[in-house]
Write a protein that binds this ligand. Sequence first.
Ligand code: ADP
Length: 448
Amino acid sequence: MLLFSFIMSDTLRSYFTDINEKEVLYQANKIAGSIQKAEYLTDPGKKESFEYEMDEKSNEENFRIIVVNNAGVVVVDSSKTALGKIYIVPEILTALDGKDQANLRWDEHAIYASAYIENDVSEKIGAVLIVSSFDDVYELINVINHRWLILTVGISIIVAFIVFFVSQLILAPLKNILETIKKISEGQLHQRIEINGKNEYTEIADAINNMTEQLEQVESSRQEFVSNVSHELKTPLSSIKVLSESILLQEEMPTEMYREFLQDINSEIDRMTNIVNDLLALVKLDHREDALNIGETNVNRMIQDVMKRLYPLAEKKNIELLYESNRDMTVEADEMKLSLAVSNLIENGIKYTPNDGMVKVTIDGDHQNVFITVQDTGMGINEEEQSKVFKRFYRVDKTRDRETGGTGLGLAITHSTVMLHNGSIKIVSSEGNGATFIVRLPIKHSEG
Ligand code: ADP
């Protein structure tokens, strides 16, 4: 608006002054012509009527008329102030030199226009100077400028208010989101952003709410995990405490009993060691970046090695441990972790199958995947429990399963390992009809 006002007043000014300059110059010429024709300057007898006519003209047109002779002495001045004096301005000098001229003088708010006067034989005998004030135009432009300035300030204030309120309106939901995020980052994970309607903000809010929900789940499973770990370690610790106190309190205990108690203590310590080792294995699997040490792994050889180690365990329960494979399969995998994962499955098969049963391991595959199947003739797992057995510390039958010496972490380790290899694990089972675990592993390993 300020730029527009500047351009407008400048255009107005040059328009008015352009017109006025031409007009005043024309008037000066006309007067010079009439002086020449009436021989006012050469004939002293016409002095009075000359002065009268010039005054008339000056009143009529509302400008000052000055006539000088060729010596620059004022012979007529409609404002009378310079009469008889030498009056030299550049315009008069130019006119006496034989050229007409019009000049604008901003400081005086006036246009100076001059024209020369000749006698019969074309000698320069004087000059006419017209001083036409454009105070009115100047005033008008000033008034316009002033009003425009008031308008500009007024509109600016209104626009500033509108912008402020609209931005408040736009930023209000963002502020709300920001406040909730702050609370969430302070640990108040139950905080949710209120969602009304549907726009970009509510989409962000929805995404943040989902994220917070997941955070809350992670936090609660972390707490559950910690409480599970403490609980699992507490049981053997209290057993050890009770056993050692019995030894300490009983005086002159038979050596046999001593040995028995110490054996119990020893096996509780083994149990704790197993739990800690399994936890460490799981923690390593959770550190995804450096979790795997990938290499070409012959699955058949790896599984035969695992089974060789487990034969004594199966033999104790007179369980038949069978191996079946029609093809030699190689995968890109972390052999150490994978053999632990498979070992957990076969060991479970042996643990949860009653005496004289059977555990069978089958290797099969196509050009993309290897399938490792561990099938037993044990108690099986009912459908409801099947999705839960991969959770850390989950046991179907708490007391019985603890007696088998498990930590409840074996299947969690197997599951994490298979997932890290981008594979999958499935249970086919029903209660009392044995359990079958099917592991699928892609032959080529790909990150993520
Ligand atoms: P654990 O160390 O107790 O064996 P796992 O994580 O290996 O822990 O297994 C979790 C639970 O799943 C076991 O406690 C058991 O109840 C059940 N389970 C695992 N494998 C079998 C199986 N082959 N047959 C029946 N139940 C099984």
